[in-house]
Design a protein. Structure first.
Lengths: 213, 391
């Protein structure tokens, strides 16, 4: 898979390139500022992007805006956004378009290489991967209809789905069988009125409902 | 001359009939003032035999009330904000209050003004009234009254407004106090930072280097143990980064740097456990220190809503007009908030005072609570907004 990478620290950029290439990705362009990122994202050969939020020259939220921009031009273009800190607000903006294929992780999650690469793959496949810290912030904030209908256990499952975990990973985390997880997930889909679309799509819809976007 | 103390829009200038009524009112008040002035002087003389204190207890507030009435009229006529020059009196302590009154230069200015008001001032008001009655003088009243009352008001305010020196003295006093508060506040902040770094990231980095050192020794003999230690080291690194992140948030929240005050306030609202409506718009960006002070003030207010208000809903308004940045945070909770209690709100007040800002709290028992924050400042040119603003 051909990806665009944007990261302004030279060391991290080199490290990320190495990490992605070692795991079967091809880094098509490695951008270090806003302008070079815009050029890189315009390349039709790009299939996904891994973007740092803060980029020169502004050092504010250039990467985030580029992610939203590219997804406006190419709906459903998979983007993994990484950052030194995460904001509930930014997660909502990223997911506002209502499609999946979005990831939003703290930069230091990269240290768990296998999980990070798995996250990028899930995003590329149309899934949603949110950082546990964002998920915790959403958990702490208000609960409204229709999520009130979920049991505490179902909410836990939904939170783990938002982190982009597979059924097997959720089962391992909650120490239950995969079958039980599948049952919870079906119940979540039913309670959130998510009809009979394919499973991946429904997972994304459930997470978006949860984020209230 | 007087300097305006209270910013605020002046009401519309009074018309001819109102001005005539002012002149009549000034005439009546001047008569009362004469009586009070005599009581005042008599009271001061008799203070040695204590009866004087009773006389003063009547005369001083009386003179003040009449002077205040003149200030109000003069401010209307001249289209200026009304000066409120008296020093605040201590509550429930008559002797202390007397001392403050005696110390207040405005008391003595009032007294001097009284002499003018019940002599020349009285005649002036009378002339204004008489003009309206005579056929010959009637045009003088029709066209000249405005100017006559203006002159009168200028003289009144010259006596009754605070002098430039007094104004500056009070300003110096306020600045000295707020500077001391700021120094205290920043010293406390530095101590907090030092503690946070020392107990958090620094301690974890020490643990990290220890794990790596142990792993280094274990590589040859016990590779399994070494791997475990490296794993520990990675977890410790994550925790240290998390600590640093929270310290950074406490110094200058990244979202504030990225999005400015409007975005940062939206982010705060989103993190609340209850629904918070945000109505925020700024035509530009305030200076960074002001932005930061207001952000932390709003954060503190929201934290209080979450902790104490038992509210089901809250709202934030943020705007700028006429050189003042203002924010209002309200909730539908149980009210009864005491701004003097709790170090958080005190900190907010101090932090805003450093920028000549102010905070006022309206929180009747039963709610709703509304906290108003205001800081005078100029905005820089508007910054490009993000391509997708939420909602």
């Amino acid at each position: 898979m051909r990806v665009v990478l944007a990261e302004d620290h030279a060391l991290l950029r080199a490290g990320m390139t190495q990490l992605l290439e070692a795991n079967g990705f091809t880094v098509l362009h490695a951008a270090d500022d806003e302008a070079s990122l815009a050029t890189a994202l315009a390349d039709p050969a790009a299939e996904a992007a891994v973007l740092d939020v803060r980029l020169p020259p502004g050092q504010t939220d250039e990467g985030l805006r580029a992610a939203i921009e590219v997804r406006r031009a190419r709906p459903g273009f998979p983007v993994m956004v990484i950052s030194q800190y995460v904001e509930h607000l930014y997660a909502r903006e990223l997911l506002a378009s209502g499609e999946g294929a979005v990831g939003y992780l703290l930069k230091d999650r990269v240290s768990d290489v296998a999980e990070f690469v798995d996250g990028v793959r899930r995003v590329a496949a149309g899934g949603t991967v949110l950082d546990p810290e964002v998920v915790a912030s959403i958990m702490a904030s208000r609960r409204e209809e229709p999520l009130d209908r979920l049991t505490p256990r179902e909410r836990e499952v939904l939170a783990l789905m938002a982190e982009g975990r597979s059924n097997a990973a959720i089962a391992a985390r909650l120490v239950v069988t995969e079958k039980a997880v599948a049952k919870h997930i079906n119940s979540i889909f039913a309670k959130l009125d998510l009809g009979l679309a394919d499973d991946d799509h429904r997972r994304v819809r459930a997470v978006l409902t949860w984020l209230r976007v | 001359m007087s300097a305006p103390d209270v910013p605020g829009a002046a009401p519309a200038r009074p018309g001819r009939w109102t001005l005539t009524a002012y002149a009549a009112w000034q005439f009546v008040l001047a008569l009362g003032l004469l009586v009070l002035w005599v009581l005042w002087v008599l009271g001061a003389v008799l203070l040695v035999v204590w009866v004087g204190a009773l006389l003063l207890a009547v005369a001083v507030p009386g003179v003040r009330a009449i002077a205040t009435e003149h200030r109000r009229m003069a401010a209307r006529v001249l289209g200026l904000p009304e000066p409120r020059p008296y020093l605040p009196l201590p509550a429930g302590n008559p002797m202390g209050a007397l001392w403050v009154v005696m110390r207040d230069p405005m008391t003595w200015r009032d007294l001097a003004w009284s002499v003018w008001a019940f002599t020349l001032g009285l005649v002036w008001s009378l002339l204004c009234l008489v003009q309206a009655l005579g056929v010959v003088t009637w045009p003088l009243w029709w066209w000249g009254l405005r100017w006559q009352l203006r002159w009168r008001s200028l003289v009144d305010l010259w006596f009754l407004g605070r002098s430039r020196t007094e104004h500056l003295e009070q300003r110096v006093q306020a600045l000295t106090e707020s500077r001391a508060d700021v120094v205290d506040h920043s010293a406390a902040e530095l101590r907090r930072l030092e503690r946070d770094l020392h107990d958090g990231a620094q301690a974890r980095l020490v643990a990290l280097s220890m794990s790596l050192g142990l792993a280094d020794q274990a590589f040859d003999d016990d590779p399994e143990r070494a791997r475990r230690l490296v794993n520990d080291a990675r977890e410790t690194t994550s925790a240290a980064i998390g600590d640093l992140r929270s310290v950074v948030r406490g110094i200058h929240p990244p979202v504030l740097a990225d999005r400015g005050l409007v975005g940062a306030v939206q982010a705060l609202a989103l993190d609340m456990a209850l629904p918070v409506r945000v109505n925020a718009a700024l035509p530009g960006r305030p200076p960074a220190p002001v932005e930061s002070a207001l952000y932390f003030a709003v954060a503190e207010c929201l934290a209080n809503v979450g902790k104490h208000a038992a509210a089901t809903e809250a709202w934030i308004e943020l705007g700028w007009d006429d050189g003042r940045l203002h924010a209002r945070v309200g909730d539908d909770g149980r009210g009864g908030a005491d701004p003097a209690a709790g170090s958080g709100m005190l900190g907010v007040r101090r932090r805003l005072a450093a920028f000549d800002g102010r905070m006022s709290v309206s929180s009747p028992a039963g709610g709703p609570t509304v906290v108003t924050l205001e800081v005078p400042c100029e905005l820089s040119s508007p910054r490009t907004t993000p391509s997708s603003a939420p909602e």
